[in-house]
Ligand binder design. Sequence first.
Ligand SMILES: Nc1ncnc2c1ncn2[C@@H]1O[C@H](COP(=O)(O)OP(=O)(O)O)[C@@H](O)[C@H]1O
Ligand SMILES: [Mg+2]
Length: 234
Amino acid sequence: MSHLVGKDMRGGYGGADILNGCTIEVDKGQIAVVVGPNGAGKSTAMKALFGMLNLREGAVTLGGEDITALSPQDRVAKEMAFVPQTNNVFAGMTVEENLEMGAYLRHDDFTGTMEEIFDLFPILAEKRKQYAGELSGGQRQQVAVGRAMMMQPSVLMLDEPTAGVSPIVMDELFDRMIAIKRTGIAVLIVEQNARQALEIADIGYVLVSGENRYTDSGAALLADPEVRRAFLGG
Ligand SMILES: Nc1ncnc2c1ncn2[C@@H]1O[C@H](COP(=O)(O)OP(=O)(O)O)[C@@H](O)[C@H]1O
Ligand SMILES: [Mg+2]
């Protein structure tokens, strides 16, 4: 069983179900990528995994433990980190203050962790005293990821981390995701840049109408003519 599993998830926002039995899992040292059309329920699935949405059916397990009933805050305490799609940095705080905010549940000395994040994202060390709101889109995403990493998570979940950045910055962000997974963290990414994201995916999910349409290695999905035609633009 994988480290994080959302199994047969069903539920939504009170009206009709948005998730219609989808299953998403990711293991430590793996990158899992979720792609699919707009409105497919990708963000909803992430929220369900993180406890921001009550499931009507299905379960979420972490390290084999059922965490379906836990609040997002309790999941953070269990080493889960989630970088939402929008509003994921404090614009009026410096880079350093943003990182400190990420460590709000820690009572130990986190300066070593901050140094590791500066090693991973050297530009953040350079700009540590600058307001996050003054940074470029790609740099803000680095702050958001860095903030999530301050809790030393075993699972890092990212909702469209490359939205609105240039292709070069996207490649850099994906390189950092690979570096993060190599430290043994489970990395789960929702992406619009499906083709590029599947290139770094150990496992890929194509979600449609809240259901799994295709599940395979990133390479296999990229090579599948039906997946290419319907979801990757040919
Ligand atoms: N907070 C919300 N309240 C009600 N409906 C929502 C909410 N967020 C998303 N939805 C609906 O859920 C469906 C799936 O949305 P979402 O999970 O954001 O899709 P995706 O991330 O794949 O684009 C859409 O029909 C959307 O309108
Ligand atoms: Mg979304």
